[in-house]
Write a protein that binds this ligand. Structure first.
Ligand code: SF4
Ligand code: SF4
Length: 391
């Protein structure tokens, strides 16, 4: 039996190694490749030395294992619509023991470096964190809390749309603190929570915000902060990072990340966990489209999954959140969930996050599936790019 794993990323790699370790005659079949919707990854591409295909091009009798938390429902529906009948998730495949054995092999084979992946170990920790225990009623796979729209860099292809901001603003500390309380009043557990910007080390109230989130630390698997390695944080921030057991993830953009070495040294000496993302590969991601499209068409082929909280609202993706802040599409309450509304509930958040239908914003977006070519990483623009603004 030919088996594919979807998508081609960290959890997919772990699933592949787990099955490979089961050896000949494994009931999950022979893994012959990966499926992924992002065309840039699929044209002649390979992952873990196997080909990556788009689902449309594969025999619909093949078995497919979905190795994704949040996107599981969506991929299942997509494959069902395409006519696949043998689609399963990783239940019964991944256990803590076999997954961490696979992580060690992935690290030994340098898979993360080769494919520019974030820490597979952390992904597995987040994925398996409530394994074996009774599942909490609302577990969120991944959430970004946005502390600022300002960044020290202006990358032309920033998926957070920094390249379009003329007047970027910091979040209001009272609003984001209240957002955290409101979010955790509905959500029982978060597998991976990131503090991001822009560049979060710009944010003046960062130390107190980290400590605010840490009030919920036992309900967070991996607590991370993403930085571009251009700023050295103040002592109170370093101490808060340590106290809250935050892992700092540094995107290494070569000479642009000019403080990264000092930062790594400082974090290590303070006992703060730190990872560096080297050799990243970028593909054109979601951005403003030149034309307004049918939202479902764009959503169906979009491979994005980075829920965020900004200005008291929960957004499905960066484009919905930052695009809303930029007024890059007409205001529509369906694009977000208002965390301060009395009508917001656990059920509403779950339905919004695990959706299998488009947001109104998708009609104004290119979606994350537009090219077959990798693009230069962190190429800078000198002034904000133009876009159509809707008042
Ligand atoms: S460093 Fe570049 S990619 Fe990262 S937030 Fe800033 S502009 Fe965006
Ligand atoms: S707005 Fe829709 S199409 Fe664009 S990134 Fe978000 S989910 Fe994808």
């Amino acid at each position: 039996m030919n088996t594919f794993i979807m998508p081609a990323d960290g959890l997919g790699a772990v699933t592949y190694y787990v099955i490979k370790n089961m050896g000949q005659n494994c009931i999950f079949g022979t893994v012959v490749g990966f499926l992924d919707n992002i065309k840039g990854k699929t044209k002649g591409a390979e992952f873990c030395s196997l080909p990556i295909e788009v689902p449309e091009n594969v025999d619909k009798n093949a078995k497919v294992i979905i190795a994704s938390g949040r996107q599981e429902k969506r991929f299942m529906q997509q494959l069902k619509e395409l006519g696949f009948t043998n689609v399963v998730n990783t239940d019964g495949i991944m256990t803590p023991d076999n997954a961490f054995k696979a992580v060690s092999q992935i690290q030994a084979d340098k898979i993360e470096q080769k494919y520019g992946l974030p820490s597979v170990e952390n992904q597995v920790r987040g994925f398996l964190v409530d394994f074996g225990s009774e599942k909490t009623s609302l577990t969120v796979e991944y959430i970004n809390f946005i502390v600022t729209q300002r960044c020290t860099l202006k990358c032309r292809d920033c998926c957070a749309l920094m390249q379009y901001f003329s007047n970027p603003a910091d979040s209001d500390i009272e609003t984001i603190n209240n957002s955290v309380d409101s979010f955790f009043s509905h959500v029982d557990f978060v597998r991976t929570l990131y503090i991001v910007g822009g560049e979060p080390f710009i944010f003046k109230d960062l130390a107190s915000f980290i400590l605010k989130i840490s009030e919920y630390r036992t309900r967070i698997g991996c607590f991370m902060l993403a930085t571009n390695g251009t700023i050295i944080p103040k002592d109170d921030v370093i101490s808060a990072l340590h106290k809250a057991d935050v892992t700092v993830v540094i995107s290494d953009y070569g000479t642009l990340s000019k403080k990264k070495d000092v930062l790594i040294e400082l974090l290590s000496s303070a006992g703060v966990k730190c990872e560096t993302l080297l050799n990243q590969k970028w593909y054109p991601m979601q951005s403003f489209s030149d034309k307004i499209s049918e939202p479902e068409e764009i959503f169906r082929e979009c491979g994005i999954a980075c829920t965020q909280v900004m200005n008291g609202k929960l957004y499905y993706c960066d484009f919905a959140g930052f695009g809303d802040a930029l007024r890059g599409f007409p205001y529509d309450p369906e694009n977000s969930v208002d965390l301060f509304s009395s009508g917001t509930s656990k059920e509403k958040i779950k339905a919004y996050i695990e959706r299998s239908s488009a947001l109104p914003a998708c009609g104004y977006c290119t979606g994350a599936r537009v090219t077959t070519q990798a693009i230069p990483v962190a190429e800078q623009v000198s002034s904000p790019l133009s876009y159509k603004r809707y008042e």
